[in-house]
Design a binder for this molecule. Sequence first.
Ligand code: MG
Length: 244
Amino acid sequence: MTEQNAIANYLKYTGKKSFNFTTALVDMDGVLFDSMKNHTRAWVKLMKKNGIKCTRDEFYMYEGMTGRDIIKMKFKNGAGKNVTDDEAQALYKVKTRYFTELGDVETMQGTLEVLKAFKQAGIKCVLVTGSGTQAMLDRVDTDYPDIFDEQRITAVDVKRGKPNPEPYLKAMAKVGVQPNECVVLENAPLGVQSGHTAGCFTIGVTTGPIPEKDMYKAGADMVYKDMASLLEAIPVLLEAFKSE
Ligand code: MG
């Protein structure tokens, strides 16, 4: 798939006449930070302590859901237990502690350069994450200085996390932009599904073990194998958006 084809295809299925790229809606885990390894380890530890069977890989597939939703789903399916909101919150705190104990995570290689290229092209960058992990949220402006708009969407802003389109719809409403102005940057199928359903042009970058085809299946308009490949494609993308 070429960038030109992907944009033409997007316009066709959305019925829009043009795409006016003004805003990048950017996911956090697996995009800004190489944090998924530790998140999946922390999830497995929490589940094992509670006698719930799981594999580490499945948590890559759940990425994008809020912690509360993952806990409710796993306890229901794995132990037949209906977890209340308060219980889910307490369990999420434990999971966050396990995550923190695993140590600092690195920033994702190449993402800063990608976002800088967007900024240089006059694109506004907005954080859209289902995460409620304050330690990570606090690092965004330190590790990505002068990149992000002060408006952001996090776990506290949404009732229904990804794959529901709510996080991206809320972000667009907050910033005052339309779907055909927005590029979503995601690394997980459920996040891609959320951005796609919200009507945005959605880019998936396979920064973890999830294969490219799963990103396309979830509705990605373009998929890149890493941030370096996306960076290389940015001039082409910007040109293709302009000419449509
Ligand atoms: Mg992610």
